[in-house]
Design a protein around this ligand. Structure first.
Ligand code: GDP
Length: 444
């Protein structure tokens, strides 16, 4: 899971900090030393770490924090703000042209996931009622054209190809006429990659850029290559000019160094993240939500969006209404769980639920799978209807009964209740936030 190591360490550090009534400058410095180590171990660029820590320190040893009744929480809030800022602050959207077609050129090294990402991006845009055209301009990798055609077939999206005998520049140019003829409003060009950056590659990409005049040049890089990915982004940006980055394989990147460094080092925002091999595993990149996940605060909004994209839309709307009215109950929770099977990996889902991040490791050791889902379902089913509507009714002896009724332990019941409560609180906060258009303030 992305940011797993970093999330564990930061959450440990802050747990200790939160427990204190008052903080001294030494407490803050010690905590920040741990933050620094954790970021370096996560493979974040050295200079980025240095600047980050000094920014946090400057704010955290200020009077406002020291005199606060909840100094630990204030420090966490500062770290949250700065982490989000490091990744670009707010979501960076695609630049969609008012005069279609919008031309998107994907560039990157071989194996980064460019062709797969072309398919995923087309899929995402199609879901947003756009009409994409995929363009096979990678004429060097033997299987690339076929791979794109197969993706196009799966998605029912046309693929423009002129085989491997025409030059990529001609293909790119003609694809735009084709888009106009087919009334396609977004053109996604899958360009050729190389194993390494070289002048030949850059020259070809510059020519395509000159002909196709893309509205967006997006670099596809593999998150798992850490600082190498940052170096690749620097080079492409310097030689070609980038509008953004798509970070692939974030699902397999436990460290997160590239995600945390790319914007700060290159100035290019991450626009999307690849979270798996499937065609629906591409997500818009939200710096604030990522920061929230790293600090174990979950990503409820992301979860809702995921649900809306993959699940029954009516049910999702109903859920959203309930969230807004703050009438989310265990029955809804149960329904969600039943639907969860339809959503990506359990790990991804759990990391989006507030308070679950730090428990992921233990859960994983206990072989997190269907069994865990079944257990949670069993606990909820052992509650009475009233209790599901109002969990405050569940006292100590009921917890025992529920545990024995569901074949689980009291700790399991307690954990679920706590998790439910946190989810509810989080939702309330987001709801308030949406009302006032504010960013989240303070933490439990
Ligand atoms: P290209 O050479 O850059 O066009 O790379 P491909 O699109 O052929 O992808 C290379 C490999 O990476 C394939 O096995 C993909 O399934 C895999 N891949 C691409 N994106 C992701 C991702 O976000 N997560 C994971 N786990 N695998 C990915």
């Amino acid at each position: 899971m992305v940011f797993e190591g970093l999330a564990d360490k930061l959450q440990d550090t802050f747990k200790r900090l939160r427990g204190r009534g008052k903080l001294s400058e030494t407490d803050v410095s010690e905590a920040l030393r741990e933050v620094r180590m954790a970021l370096l171990e996560a493979d974040v660029n050295f200079k980025v770490v240095k600047d980050f820590v000094s920014r946090v320190k400057e704010r955290a040893i200020g009077q406002e924090v020291m005199d606060s009744l909840t100094p630990g929480q204030q420090v966490v809030k500062i770290v949250y703000d700065e982490l989000a800022a490091l990744m670009g602050g707010t979501q960076s959207r695609l630049n969609i042209s008012s005069r279609p077609p919008t031309v998107i050129m994907l560039v990157g090294l071989q194996g980064a996931g460019k062709t797969t990402t072309a398919g995923k991006l087309a899929n995402l845009l199609q879901r947003q009622n756009k009409r994409p055209l995929l363009v096979a301009a990678d004429v060097y990798r033997p299987a690339a054209i076929k791979q794109l055609q197969v993706l196009g077939q799966q998605l029912d999206i046309p693929v423009f190809t002129l085989g491997d005998q025409e030059s990529p520049v001609t293909i790119a140019q003609k694809s735009i006429d084709q888009a106009n003829a087919l009334l396609r409003d977004v053109v996604i060009i899958d360009t050729a990659g190389r194993l390494h950056i070289n002048e030949e590659l850059m020259q070809e990409l510059r020519l395509i850029k000159g002909q196709a005049k893309p509205h967006e040049i997006l670099l596809v890089v593999d998150a798992m290559t850490g600082q190498d990915a940052v170096g690749v982004a620097e080079a492409f940006n310097g030689q070609l000019g980038l509008d953004g980055v798509i970070l692939t394989k974030l699902d397999g990147d436990a460290r997160g160094g590239a995600a945390l460094s790319i914007k700060a080092v290159t100035g290019c925002p991450i626009k999307f993240a690849g979270m798996g091999e499937k065609l629906d595993a591409l997500e818009p990149f939200y710096p604030d939500r990522m920061a929230s996940r790293i600090l174990g605060m979950g990503d409820v909004l992301g979860l809702i969006e995921k649900a809306q994209a993959s699940l029954d839309l009516d049910k999702a709307r109903e859920l959203e209404k309930k969230l807004r009215k703050d009438s989310f109950t265990f029955d809804d929770f149960l329904e969600q769980l039943q639907q969860v099977r339809k959503l990506g990996s359990m790990e991804q889902i759990l990391s989006m639920i507030p308070g679950m991040g730090s428990q992921l490791k233990q859960l994983k050791n206990a072989e997190l799978d269907e069994k865990d889902l079944k257990r949670t379902e069993a606990i909820i089913r052992s509650m009475t209807k009233k209790e599901r509507q109002d969990p405050a009714l569940i006292n100590g002896s009921r917890r025992k009964r529920i545990a024995s009724g569901s074949g689980t332990k009291v700790q399991d019941v307690n954990r679920l209740l706590k998790q439910f409560e946190e989810t509810r609180k989080m939702m309330k906060r987001f709801q308030l936030m949406q009302k006032s258009g504010r960013k989240p303030k303070g933490f439990n």
